[in-house]
Ligand binder design. Structure first.
Ligand code: OGA
Ligand code: MN
Length: 283
C-alpha cells in the first residue's frame, strides 16, 4: 500500500515500522486515520516519535482502534482511568512485562492492541522486543500445523505466579500504589492458532507466560510443546526491537504479535503510560 498522508519506514524484515510526518495531537483527517490503521495492519507494531500526548489524547488515539479497555490489575490515573502508569524506579529489581506475552491473553476477549507512551526512559536499555506470530505460524511444518489445527488451550493469568500475582505486583516499588486491592484470576479457552479478524491471516497464539495447558490434557503433557512453540516463535528472524525516547508512542497488535520488555537498566527509572483497546474472542 502507498501512503499519501504519512511516511512509513519498516524497522526490520519481520515487523514494525516508524510512522512519520504526523502530529497525533492535531486533528486527523479520515484519510490519515485510514492510513494509520492500514500501517498498523501491515506492520503489526507502529512507532511514532516526538508526540506530545496528554493522557486524554492517548485515550482518544486508542479510540481510533476500538473501545479503550480497563486493565484489571492496576488502578488508572485520576481523571483518565484507562491510562495506567508503568513505573520502574531505580530501586526496582524486576520490571513489568519481562517475559514474552500477548496482553491479557487469559481474558475471554483479550485486548486487541496496546498503546504505550514513554515519559521517562533510561539513558541506555529498556527497549521492547516484538515478534510476528503470523511468521512463526507460517514457518511451522505442515505436520505441526495439522496437529495444531482445532487445538484449544487454557490461558491463565496466574501461570508463573503460583497464586501470588498480587503479592509479586505489590513488591514492585513503582507499581505498588496502583495495584488493585483484589486481584482476580482469569482463565479462558482459546484456539492455539487464531485467525486475525481483520486480515484473515492465521497466527500462533501460544505463550509460555499465559498458556497453561492444552484442553483435555495435563499441564505435564502440554508443557513441552508449549515451551517449544514459545521458543520457536521468538527466533530472531521473526522479531524487531524498539528503542524508546521520551514522547515515543508505540501501538502494537496483540492478535498477531508478542512482546517482551528488556530488563537491562538496573538503577535507572523508566516511566510509561499504557492504554489498551478491547478485542474480540479469538477464533
Ligand atoms: C505492556 C508491556 C512492555 C514495556 O505494557 O503490556 O508489556 O516495554 N510493556 O514496558
Ligand atoms: Mn504487555
Amino acid at each position: 500500500m502507498t501512503f499519501q498522508t504519512i511516511e512509513v519506514r519498516p524497522l526490520a524484515g519481520a515487523l514494525g515500522a516508524e510512522v512519520g510526518n504526523i502530529d497525533l495531537s492535531a486533528p486527523l483527517s479520515n484519510q490519515m486515520r485510514d492510513e494509520i490503521h492500514q500501517a498498523f495492519l501491515d506492520n503489526l507494531v507502529i512507532v511514532f516519535r516526538d508526540q506530545k500526548l496528554t493522557p486524554e489524547k492517548q485515550v482518544e488515539i486508542a479510540g481510533l482502534f476500538g473501545k479503550p479497555a480497563i486493565y484489571p490489575f492496576l488502578q488508572g490515573l485520576d481523571g483518565a482511568p484507562e491510562v495506567h502508569e508503568l513505573l520502574k524506579t531505580a530501586e526496582d529489581e524486576v520490571n513489568f512485562g519481562g517475559n514474552w506475552h500477548s496482553d491479557t491473553a487469559y481474558r475471554e476477549c483479550p485486548d486487541m492492541g496496546t498503546l504505550l507512551y514513554a515519559h521517562e526512559v533510561p539513558d541506555v536499555g529498556g527497549d521492547t522486543l516484538f515478534t510476528n506470530m503470523y511468521l512463526a505460524y507460517d514457518a511451522l511444518s505442515d505436520g505441526m500445523k495439522e496437529m495444531l489445527k482445532g487445538l484449544t488451550a487454557i490461558y491463565s493469568s496466574e501461570k508463573g505466579y503460583d497464586g501470588k500475582r498480587a503479592e509479586k505486583m505489590k513488591s514492585l516499588d513503582g507499581l505498588k500504589d496502583a495495584v488493585q486491592a483484589e486481584i482476580e484470576t482469569f482463565e479462558s479457552e482459546h484456539p492455539v492458532v487464531r485467525t486475525h479478524p481483520e486480515t484473515g491471516q492465521k497466527a500462533l497464539y501460544v505463550s509460555k507466560s499465559h498458556t497453561l495447558r492444552f484442553k483435555d490434557m495435563t499441564v505435564e503433557e502440554s508443557t513441552p510443546l508449549i515451551d517449544y512453540l514459545s521458543t520457536f516463535a521468538v527466533l530472531p528472524e521473526f522479531t524487531c526491537r524498539v528503542d524508546w525516547q521520551p514522547q515515543t508512542l508505540v501501538i502494537w497488535d496483540n492478535r498477531c504479535t508478542k512482546h517482551l520488555a528488556v530488563d537491562d537498566y538496573a538503577g535507572q527509572r523508566r516511566r510509561m503510560h499504557r492504554v489498551t483497546v478491547e478485542g474480540v474472542q479469538p477464533l
